[in-house]
Design a protein. Structure first.
Length: 432
């Protein structure tokens, strides 16, 4: 845009962007009326979030037919009241305030709440309970980390500004040179991030557990059997020894983990083992673990559920008290096993990646969907309620991937209910 065109825009500074888990809060967004015309600094994920098609009141549906928002509230209330085990999920797509209302509604209707991401496995909650976990904020990475180890992740693809703002290029108090003061190591499969690292250690998923045990042995000063190591890790043994020395010599190291490390089939074992390695390393240096979680508010939603029920991420309220069973209460599993008879969810990109069995189950039960964009899947819910978009026309609180809560604010107005208002309206229509 030209300087003249930019000067005619309504500029909003220091805007938190819910486009990914980084929730970057340094954006300047220029509006022409209600249309986003400029986004600085440039970010493809921010552009996709703010410029995607918006839902309108005309998108409100009951069984595929156009209806009014009040009628949709009434039908949603009827569905939840008739259900014996309604499922509340997709909560990370909305504000923490709306999640609180959703838990109240689940409590009132005897529902099951799952705040975990339906397609991203994150065992952090249980790992903290079992072995403990040394974590850090993104700000600590930016200000302190001189050694960053990207394991099973590709932030240059999934979290576009993580590389420039936090983990690699950003200057910090103890790394004033930014990229020149940092050593970057990539582990796992080759990708855009590992191509930009100083060192790359290629590992197959089948080698992960052996590698973690080897690192723990190095940290604890225990001897290893060279023949066993070579059989389990092939050419990586020497590289891992060098990595251990780099960690020992660093001032502050950080493991940045993604889906390639947090493999659902391996459960929480890899994260527990890495936690057991990081802890004794504090006798020699300082370090932490950071997880590249999806956005915008999956961490915040899980935190709200934990504060209201006492359990991290999810709980069943079908018997009047919160009960915890993380292995069996995941939303995709409950749907696939036909253990719920209704569902209320917040639409997001994750819906397209939901396992086919879960998608089929959603099609066979009464489903209420709240969304700030028209549905982009073949799912035809019983009720679709259009809502305001967080950080664009709706305000509230969302938490960054490192558990830091940030206020998102409305930049403009839309003639739609906020998610919090929609849930409250449904609750009011449920008979006592």
């Amino acid at each position: 845009m030209t300087e003249t065109e930019t000067s005619q825009l309504q500029l909003h500074h220091d805007v938190p962007c819910p486009g990914c888990g980084c929730l970057c809060d340094d954006l300047t967004i220029g509006l022409d009326g209600t249309e986003v015309k400029s986004i600085e600094p440039s970010c493809a994920m921010a552009t996709a979030y703010y410029r995607q098609q918006h839902a309108t009141a005309d998108d409100c549906r009951i069984d595929g037919s156009t209806t009014t928002v009040p009628n949709a509230y009434q039908r949603a209330a009827e569905i939840l009241q008739a259900a014996k085990a309604p499922l509340f999920f997709g909560l990370g797509e909305t504000s923490s305030e709306a999640v609180r209302k959703a838990i109240d509604l689940a409590d009132r209707t005897g529902g099951i709440v799952d705040a975990s991401h339906p397609t991203f496995y994150d065992p952090t909650g249980r790992t903290i309970q079992t072995t403990g976990l040394v974590t850090c904020s993104l700000g600590e990475i930016r200000q302190r980390a001189d050694l960053v180890i990207f394991w099973g992740c590709d932030p240059k693809t999934t979290h576009l500004r993580h590389w420039e703002r936090y983990s690699a290029e950003a200057t910090g108090r103890f790394v004033p040179g930014g990229r020149s003061d940092r050593t970057l190591v990539g582990i796992g499969s080759q990708n855009k991030t590992t191509d930009a690292c100083d060192t790359f250690i290629s590992l197959e998923p089948s080698q992960q557990i052996a590698v973690l045990h080897h690192l723990i042995a190095l940290a604890q000063g225990k001897p290893d059997n060279p023949s066993v190591l070579d059989a389990a890790m092939a050419d990586a043994t020497q590289q891992l020894g060098q990595l251990y020395q780099q960690i020992t010599n660093s001032k502050y190291f950080v493991f940045v983990l993604g889906e390639g490390f947090l493999r659902k089939e391996a459960g929480r074992i890899p994260l527990e083992l890495l936690a057991q390695f990081v802890r004794p390393m504090h006798e020699q240096t300082r370090g932490a673990i950071s997880i590249l979680r999806p956005g915008p508010n999956w961490v915040g939603a899980a935190g709200v559920v934990a504060s209201r029920t006492g359990y991290p991420g999810g709980a069943t309220l079908t018997q009047g008290i919160p009960q915890f069973d993380p292995d069996n209460l995941a939303s995709a599993k409950l749907l696939s096993q036909s253990r719920v008879d209704a569902a209320i969810l917040w639409e997001g990109p994750w819906l397209a990646d939901l396992p086919e069995a879960a998608r089929q189950a959603l099609a066979n039960i009464p489903t209420v969907v709240l969304g700030h964009r028209p549905l982009e899947t073949d799912l035809t819910p019983s009720v679709f309620i259009p809502i305001k978009r967080p950080g664009y026309s709706d305000s509230g609180t969302m938490s960054r991937m490192d558990d830091m809560p940030l206020p998102v604010r409305a930049l403009t107005q839309e003639d739609l209910p906020a998610a919090e208002e929609a849930v409250q309206a449904i609750s009011e229509r449920i008979s006592a």
